[in-house]
Design a binder for this molecule. Structure first.
Ligand code: ADP
Ligand code: ADP
Length: 237
């Protein structure tokens, strides 16, 4: 079953100068992500990857085309309905984006607090998530007391708090050393296998895609220039 589907999606930004043309950040993209897949999107800087992430998560409107998430075309939804769509999509980031003034527990609890979950239920859920990411002994620590890999584990736990069906990973290992990268990739594999969460991985690192993704789209200048099973795409002459 398809969980995310893009049809002729375009996104342009206003011309940077009066004499220039508008920037076509996404220039006619078609994609289908199957439920349960780990789907990779790879491309050099400026290819349009981050723009695509913002469009899928409805943080920005498309210029044209349609994006369907769980069968709902999100390009026609009201701001109120979009909140529901966003809560079904977890996000993790290159710089982790943790709240430095909150403890690990406070960071993971935050989305539950915002969602209005009762206190006792939140405490149980946070403990379960800490256990899942292997940080049960770090709940009272602050982010700056953690290693990069541990911070990303907190980011993953926070992204999973409200039980999304989709996890978007935007350059999630790009700030980590190779060993820590493998560690985080292992955790993402568990998120996919044990929790059945569909993962979309955006990266410029081919090794990440090769070790994690089942399918891959290669982006260049706002377009998908190659699409297929990871093995096939990277074994072509
Ligand atoms: P990537 O994530 O692959 O590095 P981006 O999606 O950030 O690529 O950028 C794609 C293109 O769109 C680039 O040419 C970039 O300069 C342009 N772009 C991205 N965001 C904006 C914006 N908010 N305003 C204007 N141009 C943008
Ligand atoms: P069950 O099939 O028994 O409902 P789940 O597959 O939901 O079990 O959960 C398996 C394990 O993962 C449990 O320890 C559960 O607490 C934990 N878990 C379930 N959903 C999530 C989630 N979205 N994020 C993190 N941990 C979860």
């Amino acid at each position: 079953m398809t969980i995310v589907s893009l049809r002729d999606v375009r996104k342009s930004y206003p011309a940077p100068r009066r004499s220039a043309d508008p920037v076509a950040a996404i220039d006619g993209v078609d994609l289908d992500v199957d439920e349960g897949d780990i789907f990779g999107i790879i491309g050099y800087s400026g290819a349009g990857k981050s723009t695509l992430v913002r469009l899928i998560n409805a943080l920005e409107p498309v210029t044209s085309g349609s994006i369907t998430v769980h069968g709902t075309d999100i390009t026609t939804l009201s701001e109120k309905d979009l909140r529901g769509v966003r809560s079904g999509i977890g996000m993790i980031f290159q710089q982790f984006n943790l709240f430095n003034a909150k403890t690990v527990r406070g960071n993971i609890d935050y989305p539950l607090l915002v969602a209005g979950v009762a206190k006792a239920e939140r405490a149980t859920r946070v403990a379960e998530l800490l256990d899942f990411v292997g940080l049960s002994d770090k709940g009272d620590n602050y982010p700056d007391q953690l290693s990069g890999g541990q911070k990303q584990r907190v980011g993953i736990a926070r992204a999973l708090a409200t039980s999304p069906r989709i996890l978007l990973a935007d350059e999630a290992t790009s700030a980590l050393d190779p060993e820590t990268t493998q560690d985080v990739l292992g955790l993402l594999r568990r998120v996919n296998r044990e929790l059945g969460i569909t993962i979309i991985v955006i990266t410029h690192e081919m090794e990440v895609i090769q070790s994690l993704a089942t399918r891959v789209a290669v982006m260049e200048k706002g377009r998908v220039v190659e699409l297929g099973d990871t093995f096939d795409v990277f074994s072509e002459p």
